[in-house]
Ligand binder design. Structure first.
Ligand code: GLP
Length: 244
């Protein structure tokens, strides 16, 4: 495990962008696993800048997003579809057919086969070269909440009260936060050849310390990452404060 403690959020984003850019330059048809959340915004902004400068092309890149709220239409402004297009995809030369994000608007009966199809699509593209992650205050990755099976794959999950509360900042009221989501599983994430996890701010410090140096336990989903062979954690000084 490689831990980078960045000077500040901008430096954290620059470190992450350098790793993603290096991946795409070495393998222009890379398959990236992408995350949403405020933490990723600096990274996406820097990648868009590199694209505008002509140093990076996404024309052959394929992306798979980690998760989506269940019950939200793709064009809902709170959906992760909307987040990804507004903050990243619409600024790039990525091909629409190479963008995969779990569909939040499917019906309950479609979810089971849909999860299998999402897994199969990742395999068909040759598996994830690089998975980018954030972390929840309760140690979740994607929407794999505490108690998630380490063998889990893409599926429908219920969100914990902690996550609903933490993500309420993006909604008009806590009641407006969907209670369920479709997420890649922990096994899906672990199958990536390389993983980078970004965490910024003191609200993430306890989760980061538990994930990196605590017991590997399904109670802290991100702790499974300790078993990954090619993991880089990029923290700012506040998020790193409890790491021993
Ligand atoms: C959501 C996402 C996670 C993300 C987390 C942290 O719950 N499903 O993938 O890591 O939020 O988000 P933020 O970066 O806004 O703190």
């Amino acid at each position: 495990m490689n831990i980078i403690v960045a000077k500040n959020y901008d430096d954290l984003s620059a470190h992450a962008a350098a790793i993603v850019a290096d991946q795409i330059i070495k393998k222009p048809n890379s398959v990236l696993g992408l995350a949403t959340g405020a933490t990723q915004l600096g990274l996406y902004q820097k990648l868009v800048e590199l694209y505008h400068q002509g140093s990076l092309s996404f024309s052959q890149v394929t992306t798979f997003n980690l998760d989506e709220y269940f019950g939200l239409a793709n064009d809902d402004s709170q959906s992760y579809h909307y987040f990804m297009f507004e903050n990243f995809f619409k600024h790039l030369d990525i091909k629409k057919e190479n963008i995969f994000i779990p569909a939040g608007s499917i019906s309950m009966t479609e979810v089971g086969p849909y999860g299998q199809k999402y897994e199969a699509a990742i395999k068909i593209k040759g598996d994830l070269d690089l998975q980018i992650l954030g972390i929840g205050e309760n140690g979740h990755i994607g929407f794999n909440e505490p108690g998630s099976d380490f063998n889990s794959v893409t599926r429908l999950v219920s969100l914990s009260d902690n996550t609903i509360k933490a993500n309420a900042r993006f909604f008009s009221a806590p009641e407006a936060v969907p209670r369920q989501a479709i997420t890649m599983g922990l096994a899906t994430i672990m199958s990536a050849r390389k993983i980078i996890l970004l965490a910024s701010g003191k609200s993430k410090a306890a989760a980061v310390a538990q994930a990196l140096s605590g017991e590997v336990s399904e109670a802290v989903p991100a702790s499974v990452l300790q078993r990954h062979q090619n993991l880089t954690i990029i923290l700012d000084t506040e998020a790193a404060v409890m790491v021993k």
